[in-house]
Every structure is written in structure tokens, then in C-alpha cells.
Design a binder for this molecule. Sequence first.
Ligand code: DSN
Length: 486
Amino acid sequence: MEAELPSLPSLPAESVAARAALQVVRSIEPRIADAIVGELTDQRASLKLIASENYASPAVLLTMGNWLNDKYAEGTIGRRFYAGCRNVDAVETIAAEHARELFGASHAYVQPHSGIDANLVAYWAILAHRVEAPTLRRLEAKTVNNLSDADWAQLRQDLGNQRMLGMSLDAGGHLTHGFRPNISGKMFEQRSYGVDPVTGLLDYDALLATAREFRPLVIVAGYSAYPRLVDFRRMREIADEVGATLMVDMAHFAGLVAGKVLTGDLDPVPHAHIVTTTTHKSLRGPRGGMVLSQPELADQVNRGCPMVLGGPLPHVMAAKAVALAEARQPAFADYARRVVDNAGALAEGLLRRGVRLVTGGTDNHLALIDVAPDGLTGRQAESALLDSGIVTNRNAIPADPNGAWFTSGVRIGTPALTTRGLGAAEMDEIADMIAGVLAATSSGTTPEGSPSRVRYVLDPSFAAKTAARATELVAGFPLYPSIDLG
Ligand code: DSN
């Protein structure tokens, strides 16, 4: 049982709200209340270095638990398929207004439920914008997922070109940038651009040469594991030269754009025809997605639901509005700057201890450790670090000999720990722990005695000692200090 609710003045409002919510949930399904409490306990105790995760504010979290959940609102503002959408209209209008103001975008669509959904909305909008009207009308009678192979073939023929050029997965691109496990790999004939094999940096001249030869309809820029900056002005020049639409997936670095760390040529919004993002990574909002576009694509973007999206989630759109309002505060710019400073400090600490980083460092919120020199796969390193209280994820590195499943890399990022308040000194301490774990871990063997890409050897007492060090370190930076569950 939760403790009796005390009177409001004696406890922060967030604590009162959290305790009350848990009390209500527990009265119906106690196991769910336990899981909610368990998640907070785990997150409070761990050193979260997953580059795509963060901690949303209590205001953002609280905005999602209410009756906005109960409203259907398919369509968009002014063109709903349901009556009674007055309040959802207000929510969607406010969220879109904050997004436009924050990013300097002419159009914002805040309905996508995730980054994948946002990309799908964008791809459909680009295709629909560029295809002739009769073909479009025929295709609009179906949803994207219901298009047959013959429909796709017809669409390709009508367009004369349905090609996508995106960053390769091992260079840091994303599955939704035209790869087979995602529908984008079916919608488009895909080719990848990579990075320079020596420096690991984006090679714009090679990209231009590929674009000239391949003549893509869409060039996708953006990444989930590239530790450097992208020159979006240059990307747009390349797109313009070959007549392609430039789409930027800024899911990972949206917080750095919002916080004005990435400006000028590094800000995708003024340069791209269309920009997609998630709202829960460095932007620190609720789980969800968003599309920003130039005016000529706005109409097609607004058809996202029901063309490719299910009904909007009004409670999540409301939380997006709150998170975007937070991101417009001066404190968010300070946060974004500290995210990058912390990543730099972490990278420096690792390099000083002899750890190899892809590209030799970082300019953004993430770094990619090459664990091959330690004789490990990314899978083994990820597990050894987890045993030691350090939560990361394995990630392919350029030309990875171990492929996308076992990998030779571990991705680390600082958005979450920066939200907790950790700074450069703590990053150095974390670098020491990571370097120590990698040095202390060796590759294991299968039960039959052959080399394994999964099993590893790490002295459990070393792992336990490091985990205790990690817990002690984060204890100095309380997570959700205003929330006391009693
Ligand atoms: N899952 C996200 C990430 O971890 O980068 C991308 O979809």
C-alpha cells in the first residue's frame, strides 16, 4: 500500500501527484504499480549512457495521464473525422505553434507516434507531392501498408524514379532510411552513402558523386550513431544539384538544434525541404514524433492521419506542447550546451585511457567506442558494461566485421546524465570505469570450446565493485528529486 497522502504544503506537488496516481493504479492492478515503481528505482540507480534516452520532466509525464487520452481526433485541425474535437484542436495548435517557434519552421505536424511514423509521413508526403494527380488519387484510396507490389511498381513507373540515398547503417544511418527491415526499403530503391574509411567522417564529394550517378528522388541526412556534425547547407546543395528532395531525420540531435548549439549550416531546418524527429531523445519530451516542413509539403504532411498514421494521441500531443515550451526556456539552451560539453569530456577521458573512438572523438551528444582492440564484440562489451552498472547499447561501426547484430562498437551518449546534472568531472570518472571494464573483459568460448561472439569473461567482483562505484556516483545527482514515493 502507498502511504496516506499528506496535505499538499508538506510535500512537493509532483510527489503528491505521483503517490496519488500509484495509489489509484494499485487499487486496480498492483503489479503494474510495482512495475512503475520498479522502473523509477532502476533508472535512479543506473548510469544511463544510451544516447537516445533521456528523462522527461514531471510536467511532461503528468500531462500524459488524463482524459485527453479518451478522444478520437483522426484528421487534423479544421479537417477532423470526429465531432467534439475542440480541446484536441487547442492542444494540437499549441504544440505545433511551439514547434514552429522553437525551430523556426514554417509548418509543424505533431501527430506522429514515433520517429518511424514521422519518417513514413514524410516519405509519403514527398512521393505524393511529386507524383502526378491521377496516380495520386488512385493511390490515396489505399493506405501505404495496403499497397500491393503492383501498386508500388506502378508508382515507380509513374514517377520514373523512386530512389532514396541515405546514410549506411554501419556509418550511423537508421533502418528507416531505406533499409529492408523497414517499409522504406520497399517504397524506395535504396543506395547508401558512407564515411571516409580512414577518418570515419562524412565524405561530401563521394556523396555528390553517388548522387550524380544514382539520381535519387530523396536524399536522407541524419543519423543515430554518427559522432560528428553534418553540414546541411552542403547537403542541400547536393540535393539541388541532382533535383532531389532533402529530408533530414534529426531525431538524435533535435535537442541540440532546439538549444541553439547547432546553428547556421549545422541547423537542418532552414536547409531541408522536410525534417523529422522524435520528441523523447535529446529534446526530452514524451515518446513520439514530429514533422517540420517547407510550405509546399504542408498539405501532404497534414494528411499523415489517416493516410499512414492511426488516430492521434491527444494526451501525448499535449505533453509535446509542454516539452516544447520547456525547450523554449533559456535553461534548455544551457542544458544542450552541457550535453555536448559532457560528451566531449567523456570522449577525452576515454581517449586518454587508450580507448579507441570512431572518428577519434565527438562533436555532438554521442561517441562510438570501437571495442575490437580489446578483442571484444559490441555484444560482449555491452553485457560486461551492464554487469558493471553502465547501461549502453552495442552499435555497428564503419565496415564492421561483426555485422549489425554482434557489432564491434558500443554507442554512448550524454543527454540523460546531463539532465541529472552530472558534469565534466563525473564524465572523467565514468570514462575511467568504462576503460577499466573493457580492459578487464576478455572474449569467451562456446560450451564446445570455439570462440564466441556473445560469451565473455569478467571477474564478477570487479564488475560488482564498478557497479557500486556507478551507484555511488549517480546517488549524488538525484533523479526526479521532487518525487518522493515514501
Ligand atoms: N532507437 C533509436 C536509437 O536508439 O537511436 C533510433 O530509432
